[in-house]
Ligand binder design. Structure first.
Ligand code: PEP
Length: 280
């Protein structure tokens, strides 16, 4: 009779497998601890009356207490949108903010103005602001710090161009954006903030990053946060993916271990946003 005795090397695999299983379980638990955040970026769309009409249309569709739902709207829409969102699960965000308290900065919006109007989040360093309005990593960092001073949660954007991706420098570029953006931000503040990874080539183009590409960079951002701070901070910070998110791809993207929701442009202006919020 032949007895199949496991070899030493096979036995040695067991503790290793146990390690892998516990690592997976650990990751799942940490992921579950982070509440998903799904934010709409309305960009330069909707007049105040159109904005209120859109909120009325979306309100019942985005009712989901399991995720944080944020409407980031143009400055002029903030007051009526905050009013229209009262009594709902929707929080209102701004799309930008200046880093000074007040004064001779014609056309800018101060953090105190946002707070007084009821704003809870602010999108900072969106690629459109970096590209068309010359915002630098240093500007973004000043804005992040100022937002925290006023109790506003920053959604700090980062992302590479197609050229950078093709040159293989995606992670170097993003690590620089993240590290400068986080300068002088404390670990407790970092734990509470949101980073949005938005590959520029995927914004408004209908070209979504593959789930693998999106997860790879979000994971890389989390590793970068761990290097700047520690594991606990990296596990707490929420990292969104943005770039042509829609009702069809949201579930797969948001199921990734390091993707904690999305920053959604075009699809946040339609009933589809309800499907994205209720992606499960
Ligand atoms: C955005 O505006 O941040 C964005 C991701 O846009 P879209 O979803 O339209 O690509």
């Amino acid at each position: 009779m032949e007895v199949n005795i496991p070899s030493c090397s096979e036995e040695a695999k067991w503790p290793c497998r146990r390690d892998i299983v516990s690592e997976i379980v650990d990751k799942e638990i940490k992921k579950m601890a982070r509440k998903k955040i799904i934010a709409g970026n309305w960009k330069m769309n909707k007049t105040p009356s159109e904005a209120v009409a859109l909120v009325e249309e979306l309100k019942p569709l985005v009712a989901n207490e399991e995720v944080d739902v944020v409407f980031c709207v143009p400055a002029i829409d903030i007051v009526p949108v905050v009013e229209a969102c009262k009594g709902t699960n929707i929080q209102v965000g701004a799309e930008n903010m200046y880093f000074e308290e007040s004064g001779a900065y014609t056309g800018e919006i101060s953090p105190a103005m946002l707070v007084d109007a009821g704003v809870k989040y602010v999108v900072l360093g969106h690629s459109e602001r970096r590209d068309y309005f010359g915002e630098t990593n240093e500007d973004v960092n000043k804005k992040v710090l100022k937002a925290f001073e006023h109790g506003i949660t920053p959604i700090m954007c980062c992302g590479e161009t197609l050229e950078q991706r093709e040159q293989g420098v995606t992670m170097d570029f993003i690590r620089q954006q993240v590290k400068v953006g986080l300068q002088n931000v404390t670990a407790d503040q970092a734990k509470a903030m949101v980073i949005a990874y938005e590959p520029i080539w995927a914004i408004g183009t209908g070209k979504t990053a593959t789930t693998e590409q999106a997860e790879e960079v979000c994971k890389g951002i989390r590793e970068c946060v761990a290097e700047v701070y520690d594991e606990a901070t990296a596990e707490a910070i929420r990292i969104q993916y943005g770039g042509s998110v829609n009702a069809g791809n949201a579930a797969e993207l948001f199921a990734q271990a390091d993707i904690d929701g999305g920053l959604v442009g075009g699809a946040s202006l339609k009933a589809d946003f309800g499907k994205i919020v209720n992606y499960k």
